[in-house]
Ligand binder design. Sequence first.
Ligand code: F6R
Length: 254
Amino acid sequence: MKISVYKNKEEGSRIFSKTFVNEINSILLKKNNCTICLATGSSPTIFYNELVIHYKKKNIDFKKIKIFNLDEFYNINPKSINSYSYYLYHHLLNHVNIKQKNVNLLLGKPANLKDYCKSVEDEIKKIGGIDIMILGIGMNGHIGFNEPGSNQNTVTRKVRISDNSREILSNDFNSQKDVPNEAITLGIKTILSAKKIYLLAWGTGKSDIIKKAIEEDVNEKCPASFLRKHQNLEFILDKYSTSKLNDSLQVNRN
Ligand code: F6R
């Protein structure tokens, strides 16, 4: 596990975007395609903006990049401004030369849920797995919508969104009662199958859960703690989100 700490989210997103672009380019050189899986939410927005800037400067070409995303509200219309599909088009996909056939965003309203969830797992395996996974972390330690109680063998499925997460999400909707109760999410096993995982977290609000995820027991109470089982994991943090971490941790302060 590597922990990289930056002055603030702007600096962290900017520097991380360069690392990410370099990594994509070296994967493309090696195998001529690259599959990434993206989180939504507030944590990666500046990073996506930086990617668009890199694209405009011709530092990255999305032609051979395949995209998956982590989660989607169940039953939501993809055109809704609250859908994660809308978010990804709005922040990134509308601004780069991604090919539509390479966009595999989760459907909120699949015709047959069970077959659909299996088909997502099959598709990821068929294309050779996810090269780079970008995660955020919920205040309760969720990754994707793998809420506390999700175990490390979980795969793509429909889940209940916790009351805690719904309360936080109510800022994006008119009120908490408008926040969907359920979502479709890749599982923890699916996330851990990625070759490289980056988790982005900013601000003092995330300092308690970052401490739990990095220092406390690995278990279902904090799903993000399972990430520590991964061989190629990097936390991209600002100094505020690391404020509760034990000083003895080997933190790479940039
Ligand atoms: C959304 C996702 C979630 C968010 C998490 C943090 O696609 O995967 O797990 O990453 O809820 O959200 P923010 O970044 O808004 O604090």
